[in-house]
Design a protein around this ligand. Structure first.
Ligand code: GRF
Length: 208
């Protein structure tokens, strides 16, 4: 089916740093693999985010909302909300966005914010999930795309991919194996969301 620009679901991608997940989303869009979604906003809270270069590379506008320039988190979020609302964003994708969003923000965009996390949640939430998995000595880890709720890394799980951890794996090799699956899973989740192929009920997501 052919979709005109106006029919597309507008997605905002929020980043803070490296931006490799942003790149994978932009690449998927270029290859028409994002379903009915279009990347309508790229937002960074960090003016030095390396990922901003991908916006240029893929000829997209980016918006810098420099966290350090705001008096409070609330002021920062008000600005973020106005950018998202002006762009009529329907899905917010946290792709290495290093800020914890307030309950009020999450409530405003309830079930419209997704995040990628480098572990098989609910194992190893929070920072340095790959190191946590390596240090614990688990034999399987992976990545998770989930809806964002007030509790960190605890929202309904949309997609997961497991990877095996071998004897000679290091924290770096685990991270890189996981990352290559992140780059597949996150665009897939955006596509499914845009095609309304997710049913969220009782804190569980059914992909149909
Ligand atoms: C990824 O490992 C993601 O799972 C986590 O932050 C990292 C971001 O990487 N939330 P990048 O900026 O997309 O390269």
């Amino acid at each position: 089916m052919l979709f005109l620009q106006g029919d597309m679901m507008k997605v905002a991608v929020l980043i803070s740093g490296r931006g490799s997940n942003l790149k994978s989303i932009l690449e998927a869009e270029k290859k028409n693999l994002l379903g009915e979604a279009e990347v309508a906003a790229i937002i960074s809270d960090n003016p030095l985010a390396h990922g901003l270069k991908y916006a240029k590379e893929y000829k997209k506008q980016s918006v810098i909302i420099d966290f350090s320039k705001f008096k409070s988190k609330n002021d920062f979020e008000q600005k973020l909300i106005s950018v998202l609302e002006n762009a009529q964003i329907e899905l917010i994708v946290l792709a290495g966005f290093m800020r914890i969003l307030s309950p009020a923000f999450i409530d405003l965009f309830r079930n419209k914010i997704i995040n990628i996390h480098p572990s098989l949640l609910p194992s190893f939430p929070g920072l340095n999930a790959q190191k946590q998995a390596f240090d614990f000595g688990v034999k399987i880890s992976g990545c998770t795309v989930h809806f964002v709720t007030e509790e960190i890394d605890a929202g309904p799980i949309i997609l997961q991919k497991a990877i095996e951890i071998e004897n000679d794996d290091t924290e770096e090799s685990i991270s890189s194996k996981i990352l290559s699956w992140e780059h597949i899973l996150l665009p897939q989740a955006i596509k499914l969301f845009s095609e309304k192929k997710m049913i969220l009920r009782n804190n569980k997501v059914k992909v149909v």
